[in-house]
Write a protein that binds this ligand. Sequence first.
Ligand code: ADP
Ligand code: ASP
Ligand code: MG
Length: 592
Amino acid sequence: MSLIVQKFGGTSVANAEKIRAAARRAIRAQQEGNQVVVVVSAMGKQTDALVDLAKELCDDPPAREMDMLLSTGEQVSVALMAMAIHALGQRAVSLTGAQIGIRTDSSHTRARIKSISTDRLKKLLDEGNIIIAAGFQGIDEDFNITTLGRGGSDTTAVALAAVLSADVCEIYTDVDGVFTTDPRVVAEARKLDRVSHDEMLELASLGAGVMHSRSIEFGKKFNVPIHVRNSGSFGDEPGTIIGTHAESTDRAVSGAALTKSEARITILGVPDQPGMTYSFFSKLAAENVAVDMIVQNVGAGGQADLSFTVLEADLSKSLAAVNKAASEMGVAGVTHDESVAKVSIVGLGMATQTGVADRMFRALAEDGINIQAITTSDIKVSALVSREQAVAALRAVHSEFELDRPPRDRVAFGERIAAGGKVDAVDIVARLQRMEDLTIENISLDQTQAQVTLFNVPDQPGIAASIFEAIAAEEILVDMIVQSTGHNELADVSFTVPRSDLAHSLEVVETLAGQLGGEITHVPTVDILTVKGIGIRSHTGVGLRMFRALSEAGINVEMINTSEVRVNVVVDSTKGRAALLALQKAFEDVLE
Ligand code: ADP
Ligand code: ASP
Ligand code: MG
């Protein structure tokens, strides 16, 4: 018998009428011959209201009590949903996370699922019940209530779909599906028919709040087809399928996203020697700070600048930790900017096309938007801009890549869910032992690249655009790009290109340096190491583990790029092999 998981977000259960409509939808799915599990969020803005109430009583509420409080929101809605189904003449049983047996670790307010027991669920389903499961919550070993982080009901839903081998996990929300960017910010945003797991992982972690990013990790790991749809539509209009395929193969960019609540810290003049990066990040990890966009490039005279972003709320404790470490290590200085935003473009097609990043940089420059830092991965480019210009930046890139227009070779929605292809049961059970563990797909060494750095160029709009336009005009495929700023109104831009294109790239850059100012260095052979997997960013320890392993092996990190699904580091080409071995060893327990 087929099984469907339906998740209803806060706005979709905001009042009695909406709960009744959701109940009807669940009943309809059951009458169509499916077993049905419904996952619900707290009603409307109830979770926000509870957070505000807690803050009225306590500036820094204990995380355990926060979870106790927030979990009540979902407990209200499961009971009401079960009652609504009962009133419509069908059988439903509501269950809290604890009653389902959703076991998590003990990190309150951001717990990760360890296991889910299915016996009770299967029995209730076989008896003809619709199960109403509370989203966002679980219990730890000691029966403490935990929550999975804001937006976590999506993760409950996809995790339940995975353990029950559901045919589809439907996410009902207040928009028609996943859009090219937040439709409430950019009115021209277009609904995507489909989006690939990797793209959605990047988009979600880069600010597309429509899905909790960890739910996509589950979707990818366990091959659960996810269908995001509008709970307000009466018919069966298709939403967006998040699955293995992207919407189009010829489009370089599928979507754009914005993260507004970030702050930047730059450490200037870090001695360019092994262990430095690790020293800083281990101090931040000790303060429980999650570091986001990490940008490091080799500067002049054996010194490097290291920039990264943290959540604005973590800025003061991060600065305290960094300043302390900086004074011990004798760096040139620390600067910060508390009002930045990150705008990103994401697309699978980017990995193989030239001239994507430069278009983004030019679009920003044309609107007078200065880029403070750049990082890339094979499927995304992120630029840090001032927060005042954030929305303008998002609009500029959305329109530059014509995201409002459907791609020419669109894969039609009609292929529907079957395209997901379920994994066999034995495989799932084996992998479920580790549920939300970090999984490293592979660690690779790329020995094909050379590195070019243009340093001390003026920090003003249009610099990155000019550089990468000139490179793209020569059809040179740039792999990593790293830009940082933060001192004397000058910026450093580093990038890697195939070794065979080095001479050509240098000619281009030399002409530019003549016009823009700035000095050039290059390294004819660099080695790039990539750790790729699921949960890379939400497992904050990954970067740290990498930097520690390299530091212990005496290997200097010259350039860093991070994204949701991978971390790239550049090392000296004589050290690539040793670095690969060190990383393989460091991640041996989680390598697939
Ligand atoms: P729910 O309560 O149903 O979980 P959320 O508020 O968490 O709903 O997510 C839906 C919201 O996500 C939309 O109202 C929209 O403003 C926002 N959003 C951000 N980025 C996107 C995007 N790329 N596509 C669709 N919605 C997005
Ligand atoms: N109610 C929780 C929140 O508002 C979980 C969710 O809605 O997904 O974050
Ligand atoms: Mg949500």
